[in-house]
Design a protein around this ligand. Structure first.
Ligand SMILES: [Zn+2]
Length: 312
């Protein structure tokens, strides 16, 4: 008898996808009401129920999960109604993640988008686990792989998939970065400065590093991100990789995609680098920046789960 895999955002989402499949409820976009109603019947819910999600009117939070003070077997989910429907769905899935993974530890979860980057270590861990859950539930790896396989990845494809899966372009891009074998990076710019970056495992392994020109960091010269006249470049524009990554050999090419949000001043850049043989680590004084470790958990969990949910 093999031991059950440890419960985390990935394994919990994989289990639910499996239950949806058995019950013939697995279709896109994932129906979160079905998931919510299913939970009390499962080992994850243990007869505790969750009332239909309600819009938040009393706080600026992104979302919340709250135990009913008069009935400890009943929970409520709240979401910020001022954001787009995709973000609302992600928030609701995130709160379902807290319900499954964390409700024994506290009766209230008050979630903001920032706490995943700037909360205490303990808080960041819970927030990341809930985000992992949401990401894996809304964008199941097996379905995503089927749809991406053999296609050139650009913002057009990721945008189409985001619609199909009912998530934001940003959520789909982050999922792609964690999942892809390509050398890729995603950068989010807020008012002209880098807010965060994600690199794929392959990028980390081959020491892909983005040019650092200033602190706070601005887009590199000659990149689309730095060109205010270009707001959208969904297919991507080819350039020498060293525009973005000075340590890349000059013959390596890179495709840069750019998406500017309707509320201007926010830009998403996706970079896909030509593959290159891994180079030995050169002592340069650079440290690997701290990276969200969910990809490792994703891979480890996939190994543990075996062929049903594995990432081959
Ligand atoms: Zn949260």
């Amino acid at each position: 008898m093999s031991e059950a895999p440890a419960l985390n955002g990935f394994t919990a989402a994989a289990k639910i996808i499996h239950w949806l499949e058995i019950g013939q409820h697995l279709s896109l976009p994932i129906n979160l009401d079905t998931v919510r109603e299913l939970l009390p019947e499962t080992p994850f819910g243990q007869s505790e129920t969750i009332k239909p999600p309600q819009p938040i009117t009393w706080s600026s939070s992104e979302g919340a999960l709250v135990r009913n003070p008069d009935n400890e077997k009943e929970w409520g989910i709240f979401y910020n109604a001022k954001v787009g429907p995709e973000r609302q769905r992600f928030t609701i899935a995130h709160e379902l993640g807290h319900f499954i993974l964390h409700r024994k530890s506290q009766p209230t979860f008050n979630c903001s988008k920032e706490s995943i980057y700037s909360g205490s270590d303990g808080l960041i861990k819970l927030e990341r686990e809930a985000d992992d859950f949401a990401s894996n539930l809304l964008m199941p790896g097996n379905l995503l792989r089927q749809k991406i396989e053999g296609q050139e990845v650009d913002f057009r494809l990721l945008g189409k998939l985001a619609k199909e899966f009912g998530v934001s372009l940003e959520a789909m891009c982050i999922r792609f970065i964690k999942y892809t074998d390509l050398r890729a990076a995603l950068v989010y710019w807020d008012h002209g400065f880098m807010k965060y970056q994600w690199r794929s495992q392959s990028s980390i392994r081959t020491k892909v590093r983005l040019r650092q020109s200033s602190e706070p960091q601005e887009p590199p010269r000659n990149s689309l991100a730095a060109d205010d006249d270009i707001t959208q470049e969904l297919d991507g524009l080819e350039m020498s990789a060293d525009v973005w990554c000075p340590s890349e050999p000059s013959d390596i090419r890179l495709r840069e995609m750019k998406h500017t949000y309707r509320e201007a001043n926010r830009v998403l850049s996706l970079l896909i680098l030509e593959s290159a043989a891994p180079r030995p680590f050169v002592q340069s004084g650079w440290e690997d920046e701290k990276q969200h470790d969910s990809f490792d958990r994703f891979v480890d969990s996939a190994k543990t789960l075996g062929e049903n949910h594995g990432r081959s």
